[in-house]
Design a protein around this ligand. Structure first.
Ligand SMILES: NC(=O)c1ccc[n+]([C@@H]2O[C@H](COP(=O)([O-])OP(=O)(O)OC[C@H]3O[C@@H](n4cnc5c(N)ncnc54)[C@H](OP(=O)(O)O)[C@@H]3O)[C@@H](O)[C@H]2O)c1
Length: 170
C-alpha cells in the first residue's frame, strides 16, 4: 500500500462497535460531526461507495475520493472515483502529506495496520446495525481523551472522542 506521510482513520462507533445501520449513521451528534469536520477540513478524504451514498454530496473543503468497483459510478461534481484503496491513496497522497479514511468497515479494517492516527468516537449506546467494525487492538498505541461529552439538549447520547497515535506525540 502506497502511503501518505500521515494516514488517519476517523469514525464513531457504538459500545458494540457498530458504525452504521441501513446505510445511515445511527445517531445524531452535532458536536461529533463538528469534530469530524474540523479534523478533516482541507485534507483528502477516502470513503467507500456506501458511505458516499449516505449523503451523495461532496463534503466541502476536502478532496473527496469514493472507492467503487463499478465503472463510472455516478458521483456529485468534484468527487473523484477510485477503483481500489491503493488507487485512492495514490490519488490522495500525490500532493498531500495527510490523508483521512472516513469509512466504511472494510476500509478501516484494511487500513488500520498502515494507519498513524485513529480518531475514535465511542458513543455510549449499543446498536443493532449492519456495519460493524472488528474489535481493533490498540495495545501499544498512545491514546488521548480529547473530549468527554455528556448528554445535553442537542445530544441524546454521551460520547467520548479519543485520538490514538501509533507513535508518541509531543
Ligand atoms: N459512524 C461512522 O463513523 C461511519 C463512517 C462511515 C460510514 N458509516 C456508515 O457505515 C455504512 C457504510 O459502510 P459499509 O462498510 O457498509 O460500506 P462502505 O465501505 O462505505 O462501502 C462499501 C463499498 O465500497 C466499495 N468497495 C469496498 N472495497 C472495495 C475494493 N477493494 N475495491 C473496490 N471497491 C470497493 C464497494 O462499492 P461497489 O459496490 O460500488 O463496488 C462496496 O460495496 C453506512 O451505514 C454509513 O452511514 C459510519
Amino acid at each position: 500500500m502506497k502511503q501518505p506521510n500521515t494516514l488517519s482513520l476517523i469514525y464513531a462507533r457504538s459500545k458494540n462497535h457498530c458504525i452504521g445501520a441501513d446505510g445511515k449513521i445511527p445517531w445524531h451528534l452535532p458536536d461529533d460531526f463538528a469534530h469530524f469536520k474540523h479534523t478533516t477540513m482541507g485534507k483528502p478524504i477516502i470513503m467507500g461507495r456506501k458511505t458516499y451514498d449516505d449523503h451523495k454530496t461532496a463534503l466541502p473543503g476536502r478532496l473527496n475520493i469514493v472507492v467503487s468497483s463499478q465503472k463510472n459510478y455516478p458521483l456529485a461534481d468534484g468527487i473523484v472515483q477510485a477503483h481500489s484503496l491503493d488507487e485512492a491513496l495514490a490519488i490522495a497522497g500525490a500532493n498531500n502529506p495527510s490523508v483521512f479514511i472516513i469509512g466504511g468497515v472494510s476500509f478501516f479494517s484494511a487500513a488500520l495496520s498502515h494507519a498513524d492516527v485513529v480518531y475514535e468516537t465511542v458513543v455510549d449506546v449499543d446498536v443493532e446495525g449492519d456495519a460493524v467494525l472488528p474489535v481493533f487492538d490498540f495495545t501499544g498505541w498512545h491514546s488521548h481523551l480529547l473530549h468527554d461529552h455528556p448528554i445535553d439538549e442537542r445530544h441524546k447520547l454521551a460520547f467520548k472522542i479519543y485520538k490514538r497515535s501509533r507513535n508518541p506525540v509531543s
